[in-house]
Design a protein around this ligand. Structure first.
Ligand SMILES: C[S@@+](CC[C@H](N)C(=O)[O-])C[C@H]1O[C@@H](n2cnc3c(N)ncnc32)[C@H](O)[C@@H]1O
Length: 277
């Protein structure tokens, strides 16, 4: 099996509060209005792709009517061991039911979403390939199932206080974006192009597409900031090793600001909702 970009449970737990604050409640509300009524004998079936530890289900289920049955799909058998859906309820307070499918997206059956009410994902589109995205979109359009894909990185990060000059920071940002689009074991990931590519695939199929800007806003003292900075600079240097010395100096300046509680970061993401005309 080809490798996939995995995440650790610790990283997903650390980012969860920023993710929850960032996702668009408006797009979730729009999705809720599209859903057919469910019943105890025929619950709404929702698929969450790249489910990880279940963060999207925990955030979205209470915003949608029920009863709900979730199918959580992920290619990493270890991460789904940490799934935690205890206490997840729908909008009327009814507990959800769920099943887990361990499966690489390339093996997603083309009729996987037949009869489903919605397909969701969070922090997934940027780590998949164009072929995998096309496969997901085809499965959605074939089944006529609306899709809500949240928190795809869109390629910009703003750090405050601003650096003058900011050329090292701009180089790191650009190298990081190239790293996001890198070819890994023959898989070229969509990175910051994800929402444009997936939106175009749905539009080509004649579907409606709505997007929302959903940045992380990491305030001073947020523990996620240093972890994010670590990953951002390390990926940039891995992509362009010639940046190593300047990136180390940059990192030291930003670390000092973070330790003093002075660093604020905004990391751009986008949510995408697609539904049939
Ligand atoms: C960044 S994590 C996001 C997890 C979760 N949706 C969240 O928001 O916390 C991406 C998840 O997608 C899964 N994944 C990535 N590429 C995949 C693929 N091609 N097939 C199946 N799962 C994949 C990873 O195993 C990981 O659990």
């Amino acid at each position: 099996m080809t490798s996939i970009s995995t995440a650790t449970p610790g990283w997903l737990a650390l980012r969860a509060p920023a993710d929850d604050a960032a996702r668009s409640p408006e797009l979730a509300r729009d999705l809720a209005r599209m859903l057919p009524p469910g019943s105890a004998s025929s619950p709404l079936v929702l698929h969450d792709l790249g489910a990880g530890t279940g963060s999207m289900t925990r955030w979205l289920a209470p915003r949608l009517p029920g009863p709900q049955r979730w199918i959580l799909r992920d290619g990493d058998a270890d991460i789904v061991e940490h799934l935690d859906l205890r206490a997840v309820v729908d909008a009327s307070g009814t507990p959800i039911s769920s099943d887990v499918v361990v499966e690489h997206l390339a093996s997603l059956p083309s009729d996987a979403f037949r009869g489903a009410a919605a397909v969701t994902a969070s922090a997934l589109l940027d780590v998949i390939t164009e072929a995998e995205a096309a496969h997901i979109v085809a499965a959605c359009t074939d089944a006529g199932t609306p899709a809500l894909f949240t928190l795809s990185v869109s390629g910009t990060a703003r750090l405050r206080p601003a650096e003058h000059p900011d050329d090292v920071e701009r180089e790191i940002g650009s190298a990081f974006n190239d790293h996001q689009r890198r070819d890994q074991d023959g898989r070229r990931m969509l990175g910051p192009d994800a929402v444009a590519v997936v939106g175009a695939l749905f539009a080509e199929a004649g579907w409606n597409v709505r997007t929302a800007s959903t940045p992380w806003r990491l305030a001073r003292g947020n523990a996620l900031t240093r972890e994010w900075l670590d990953g951002w600079t390390a990926a940039a240097v891995e992509q362009r090793p010639a940046l190593a010395r300047e990136a180390a100096g940059y990192r030291a300046r930003r670390d000092e600001q973070a330790a003093a509680g002075r660093l604020r970061v905004t990391v751009a993401h986008e949510d995408l909702l697609a539904w049939p005309r």
